[in-house]
Design a protein around this ligand. Structure first.
Ligand code: 3PG
Ligand code: MG
Length: 393
């Protein structure tokens, strides 16, 4: 395994650290999820123990290189003192003379948070001058921004090329977890994949077939798989253009003797709203106007049995429309099956992490990733630019 440079690989005593984090958690001026902010605390604490001063930097949203007030990171600067029990200074830009002056005054134990990096086009353009300005603020670079590590942005690759650098605790834990899944997962290894689209996950499914013993498919993605096998899915959401990919996955799994489970029953409704109660039907018996919005109890029983016999379970993608309680039963059942199994349990980021967080189960899994896209790209075997710069040469 390519080894990451970790916090232990640098002499961090008394250093001024540029700490890239992913605080992409503010929408319309409010924090919608504290999970990623809390996930950055172990690294911050480690740096404080080393007597460092810390410059926190993050993007938020996609402002496209200009200032968009509703995407400001200021709300995070109000949350951090509560979590850290110490003051955090907020700067209303991330580069420029005023920021340089503030950075130069930092003393050991001081923490400041810069304004949204993406308010400057140089961040997403990976502009070398912008990276130089950021790097000029500090003397060491630590990357703990796992959720955005698949982007070749200035603060992720540019700054790492200039300053002594390493991964923070979160990036280390995320990387080691996904490498373990690719290289030596305790067997049997089961992957549970849901969510809306196959097209987003085709490379991951393909890669998973090299490693797993069982693949359980739910969510709207299962609609496309069922349609590919000839089931009339009526008004259900599906991707017609991906049915041939779905068939290829089914055939590949069969050839490798991998257990691939599709729903045998579904919860359907004629409309999507909080008033719908949903009705259970067999997978071949949808009526005109029916939309499959969750997988049914027989399917869940079969899924739960596979999970109970596994030593490793990876779950990405909710199994139904989990935002509505009537269609969250399969996702809830999966969460509990994983928690009560003896397997090591890993939850992919994005919607699935948000779901287990919303039902307050996140602390019961072996690991919940902070990255949606990033974790899927890692699992798909892609080379991620933010990881590449953190590997030992
Ligand atoms: C995320 O939340 O997915 C990450 O912060 C990356 O954001 P992006 O998809 O806008 O690059
Ligand atoms: Mg994203």
């Amino acid at each position: 395994m390519n080894k990451l440079l970790t916090l232990e690989s640098l002499d961090l005593k008394n250093k001024k650290v540029f700490l890239r984090v992913d605080y992409n958690v503010v929408a319309d001026g409010k924090i919608i999820d504290e999970f990623r902010v809390k996930a950055s605390l172990p690294t911050i604490q480690y740096l404080l123990d080393q007597n460092c001063s810390i410059i926190l930097a993050s993007h938020n949203g996609r402002p496209g290189g200009k200032v968009v007030e509703s995407m400001s990171l200021r709300p995070v600067a109000r949350l951090l003192p509560r979590l850290l029990n110490r003051d955090v200074t907020f700067l209303d830009d991330c580069v420029g003379e005023a920021v340089e002056a503030e950075a130069s005054y930092l003393r050991p134990g001081d923490i400041m948070l810069l304004e949204n990096l993406r308010f400057h086009a140089g961040e997403e353009d990976n502009n070398p001058d912008f990276a130089k300005k950021l790097a000029g603020l500090a003397n060491v670079y630590v990357d703990d921004a796992f959720a955005v590590i698949h982007r070749a942005n200035a603060s992720l690759v540019g700054v790492a090329k200039i300053l002594p650098h390493c991964a923070g605790r979160l990036v280390q834990k995320e990387y080691e977890t996904f490498e373990m899944l690719k290289q030596k997962p305790p067997r049997p290894y089961t992957a549970v994949i849901g969510g809306a689209k196959i097209s987003d996950k085709i490379e991951v499914l393909d890669e998973l077939l090299k490693h797993v013993d069982a693949l359980l498919i739910g969510g709207a993605m299962a609609n496309t798989f069922l349609a590919a096998t000839g089931v009339n899915m009526r008004s259900s959401k599906l991707e017609k253009s991906s049915t041939s990919d779905a068939l290829k996955i089914i055939k590949k799994a069969a050839a490798k003797k991998i257990k691939l489970l599709l729903p045998t029953d579904l919860v359907v409704a004629k409309a999507i709203n909080a008033q719908q109660k949903g009705k259970v039907v067999a997978a071949g018996e949808l009526q005109p106007g029916d939309m499959a919005l969750d997988i049914g109890p027989d399917t869940m029983k079969a899924f739960d049995q596979v999970v109970a016999q596994s030593k490793t379970v990876f779950w990405n993608g909710t199994l139904g429309m989990a935002e509505l309680p009537a269609f969250a039963k399969a996702s809830s059942s999966m969460a509990h099956a994983m928690i009560s199994s003896d397997a090591q349990t890993i939850v992919g980021g994005g919607d699935t992490a948000a779901y287990v967080d919303s039902v307050e189960l996140n602390t019961h899994f072996s690991f919940v990733s902070t990255g949606g896209g990033a974790s899927l790209e890692l699992l798909a075997g892609k080379k991620l630019p933010g990881i590449a710069v953190l590997l030992k040469k």
